[in-house]
Design a protein around this ligand. Structure first.
Ligand code: ABU
Length: 496
């Protein structure tokens, strides 16, 4: 029952008067239809096409035209686009850390898009600026800080960059004016399993990769604190200046938590800035039962927290938080006087844009704020606890089923890493042959998974370990039956 928009153009003068609302209503209908289908568990997660096939399938509507296309064509373009999208909110999508689709967050996105404002000044984003203030403090409260600083940032990588810039500024405030000329050789310590964004931030900020010392991890992926101390002492002996430790709360692959409490004591002893990248693991802070994973976080100087991960807020929603007040303004502020005039008629401390490393900044707070209102602390706590229950269930099944092997027993977080060994390969006994077999079989099962479109799980190697599956539990719509399904599906695809 679509409205017929043939011959109607968004460029027509009459569009805003007569068709704008109708067109948007059709788009909403289309999106709701997409959501409805995605909620059917037996529907496909994706309709995989290789790039050349997808180019061909969409050839009729891909090019940017010289002349306008009518609204009917635009509706058809939207339908075609959704057809090939991966259904990341599907309860059988486990591929990335950001999964799920919360209806309230989507409502927040609609409103955000409609309000379409930039976050740099209070005068153009009054409500959203206040919401940022409230939400950032809420997050800091959960860390254990009664005050501090923070900002929404475009992803965890940029949040980590903010932390590194602030730590460097704290050690060497002259960096703001003198740059790296005459700067001491500051050293960053992070674990060998930390996210690559720490190295990326070191490149961007001019530390350079050689100044990032990689601390060994134990077999569960946690930072080895004795090795950390050795590396700090080594840096001091080499006349370098240890500056910060970037610890991780919930590593990307294994979901490991560094011993933050112990690391915080080391940081105190050597006078180092402590950053906790718990972009993913921050979910534990919402649950009284699992908060212990981040014990000691209150002693950190900065924390990366991505609500678009464990909290399942729609992308993107990422935050950097600081214990110290005004550190961002001091580190990054430039007082551009076309935006941040100090003689405005309101309290200009609410012009938060000057502390950002961006100028234009998206409103990423509203959907989180609205979602939190819809759930309360209680709802988020339940959401996280449910994921841990599913984790225990999945681990139990994997242990019981023939052919499955865990990469690490009893994972502490929501990354479940495992191999599946098809029956015909179970007799292989040399380590080298087994390595090659697992490496190839895992990639092959994933390939069949993409082609069948029934579920999605990522895989990767890790140091001396061959390719293994990493199933992420962060989608609140995932239930026991989805776990049963995915395990059976891996067996089915593996035995084909
Ligand atoms: N650190 C970005 C998230 C990676 C992932 O979804 O696997």
């Amino acid at each position: 029952d679509w409205t017929n928009f043939e011959g109607c153009f968004a460029t027509d003068e009459s569009f805003q008067e007569s068709q704008e609302t109708e067109f948007l209503q059709e788009i909403v209908e289309l999106l709701l239809d997409y959501l409805k289908k995605m909620r059917i568990k037996t529907s496909k997660v994706l309709d995989f096409h290789h790039p050349h096939q997808l180019k061909q399938a969409m050839a009729h509507c891909m090019e940017i035209p010289d002349t306008p296309k009518d609204l009917e064509q635009l509706l058809s373009d939207c339908k075609e686009t959704l057809k090939y999208c991966v259904k990341t909110g599907h309860s059988r999508y486990f591929n990335q850390i950001s999964c799920g689709l919360d209806a309230i967050a989507v409502a927040g996105e609609f409103l955000t898009a409609m309000a379409n404002t930039n976050m740099f000044t209070y005068e153009i984003a009054p409500v959203f600026t206040l919401m940022e203030e409230v939400t950032l403090q809420k997050l800091r409260d959960l860390i254990g800080w009664s005050s501090g600083d923070g900002i929404f940032s475009p992803g965890g990588t940029i949040a980590n960059l903010y932390a590194i810039l602030a730590a460097r500024f704290a050690y060497y405030p002259d960096v703001k004016t003198r740059g790296l000329f005459d700067a001491p050789r500051l050293i960053i310590f992070t674990s060998e399993q930390a996210h690559y964004s720490i190295k990326r931030a070191a490149i961007i900020s001019g530390f350079g990769l050689n100044q990032v010392k990689l601390v060994k991890c134990n077999e569960r992926g946690k930072m080895d604190t004795e090795n950390l101390i050795e590396l700090i002492n080594e840096s001091i002996e080499n006349k370098n200046i240890p500056c910060m430790v970037c610890s991780t709360g919930g590593t990307t692959v294994l979901g490991a938590f560094d011993p933050i409490d112990e690391i915080s004591k080391i940081c105190k002893r050597f006078g180092l800035w402590l950053h906790v990248d718990c972009a993913w693991g921050s979910g534990a802070l919402l649950s009284k039962s699992h908060r212990y994973l981040l014990n000691g976080i209150e002693n950190a100087d900065s924390v990366t927290w991505n609500p678009h991960k464990a909290m399942a807020v729609t992308l993107q929603c990422s935050v950097i938080l600081f214990k110290k007040e005004s550190i961002l303004e001091n580190c990054n502020g430039l007082c551009a006087d076309y935006l941040f005039q100090k003689d405005k008629n309101y309290d200009t401390r609410y012009d938060t844009g000057d502390k950002s490393i961006q100028c234009g900044r998206r409103n990423d707070v509203f959907k989180l704020w609205l979602m939190w209102r819809s759930k309360g602390d209680e709802g988020f706590q339940n959401q996280i606890n449910e994921l841990f229950i599913l984790k225990d269930y999945l681990c139990k099944i994997i242990k019981e089923k023939n052919g499955f092997e865990m990469v690490i027993e009893k994972p502490e977080y929501l990354n479940i890493c495992f191999w599946y060994i098809p029956e015909k390969y179970r007799k292989i006994d040399t380590a080298k042959e087994k390595f090659t077999m697992l490496h190839e079989v895992t990639a092959k099962i994933k390939q069949s998974m993409l082609e069948s479109g029934t579920t999605m799980i990522s895989y990767q190697p890790l140091f001396e370990k061959p390719n293994f599956f990493r199933l992420i539990l962060s989608n609140p719509s995932c239930k026991v039956e989805d776990i049963d399904f995915v395990v059976d599906e891996i067996v089915k695809l593996g035995e084909e």
